[in-house]
Design a protein around this ligand. Structure first.
Ligand code: F6R
Length: 359
């Protein structure tokens, strides 16, 4: 129920701190240890490569999952679009393990790949919000997102829940392998910090609404740029913005802009820079300077420890691998307010369905 909320999307954005706490409750014990079906852990530990297959927002969550899984488990991870993978399957490793990410559990593009991997007898796991869904029934294993019903077409809390559950999974596999990186990764604690930080960002709604009025009221297009996980967040932030506000938005690897796309920057083009990674912060700032000198209006979303006074959105620090869980929040609110201010239906964008059951 959306209760007093004008739109489900806003309620679902607000739900996210509670979803993080539910993931902690469902998947960790009182000592903070990750609790995951041991069979899943064994199958993953025995595999030589993990293939994440998904569409849309779930695909974007997959990229963040890859960064976390590789760091914690030492197993290489590939991320694929279901609609491409099905008909143009890459050469697979000897012992692949498949992870399907799907909020609805009904996405036909993803199911088509699962049918194929089942024929090939490869082990598979579905992360979904829907118990009993097709992808859940047909995969060997399921981990539920516990995000609660997501009604708005634009996915928000399923994205953060997917990343959180993948982080717990990474921790469980890393611990099973006795890896140092995972021993130091106190997932229950880190996710509770995330929940609190999400709350402080959500409290900034009005400031974000004003930023949107200032920077996005006239524009037909916008860019999000970042590197590494900040690039992955940029992809998701731009998908969210374009699918509901109809502002043409692109997420770009910050360093790649100058290889062509910078030609699109004009006087007043809004460019959002996402900066949460110490090793690339200076480079992304350099790229923001380049677009600024071509007329772009920059809006910087930065982690407090990397922020400058002039940055528009400053986010308290969290664990370096989990920054997407918090840097995505202002971008969800940016998409929400841009849509509201343009007078469109936030929950039901044109041409889109919540569950895409055709290939
Ligand atoms: C975007 C969005 C879609 C879905 C995609 C996959 O906000 O909702 O891009 O993420 O259609 O859906 P699921 O996760 O249900 O497989």
């Amino acid at each position: 129920e959306k209760g007093t909320y004008p739109y489900y999307m806003l309620k679902e954005i607000d739900d996210q701190p509670a979803v993080m706490r539910r993931v902690i409750q469902e998947y960790t014990d009182s000592m903070g240890k990750a609790i995951i079906d041991p069979e899943i852990i064994e199958k993953m530990t025995a595999s030589d490569r993990i293939y994440i297959v998904a569409c849309g927002t779930s695909y974007n969550a997959g990229w963040v999952g890859k960064a976390i899984l590789e760091k914690m488990t030492d197993i290489p991870v590939e991320v694929h679009l279901s609609s491409e993978f099905g008909y143009n399957m890459p050469l697979l490793s000897e012992k692949p393990f498949f992870i399907f990410l799907s909020q609805s559990g009904e996405t036909a593009d993803s199911r088509q790949v699962l049918v194929r991997t089942n024929e090939l007898d490869f082990p598979s796991l579905t992360l979904t919000n829907m118990a009993g869904s097709t992808l859940s029934r047909e995969a060997d294993y399921t981990l539920l997102l516990h995000a609660g019903p997501e009604i708005a077409v634009a996915s928000t809390k399923a994205y953060t829940a997917q990343i959180a559950v993948l982080a717990v999974l990474a921790k469980a596999v890393g611990d099973h392998k006795g890896l140092e990186a995972s021993k130091e990764f106190d997932i229950a604690h880190e996710l509770s910090v995330i929940a609190a930080v999400m709350e402080t960002i959500i409290d900034e709604k009005m400031a974000i609404s004003q930023l949107v009025e200032e920077y996005l009221s006239e524009t037909r297009n916008a860019f999000y740029i970042g590197r590494g996980v900040d690039y992955f967040v940029s992809m998701e932030a731009s998908l969210k913005l374009k699918e509901i506000s109809y502002i043409q938005a692109e997420g770009f690897a910050a360093g790649e802009l100058k290889h062509g796309t910078i030609a699109l920057i004009e006087e007043g083009t809004p460019v959002f820079g996402v900066i949460t990674d110490k090793k690339t912060a200076a480079h992304t700032r350099g790229n923001l300077k380049e677009v600024e000198s071509r007329g772009a209006h920059n809006i910087v979303i930065a982690l407090a420890s990397l922020a400058k006074e002039t940055d528009q959105l400053i986010i308290p620090d969290v664990h370096p691998l989990l920054t997407p869980l918090v840097s995505i929040i202002p971008t969800q609110l940016i998409a929400y307010f841009a849509t509201l201010q343009r007078g469109y239906d936030v929950d039901k964008p044109r041409n889109l369905a919540k569950s895409v059951t055709v290939e």
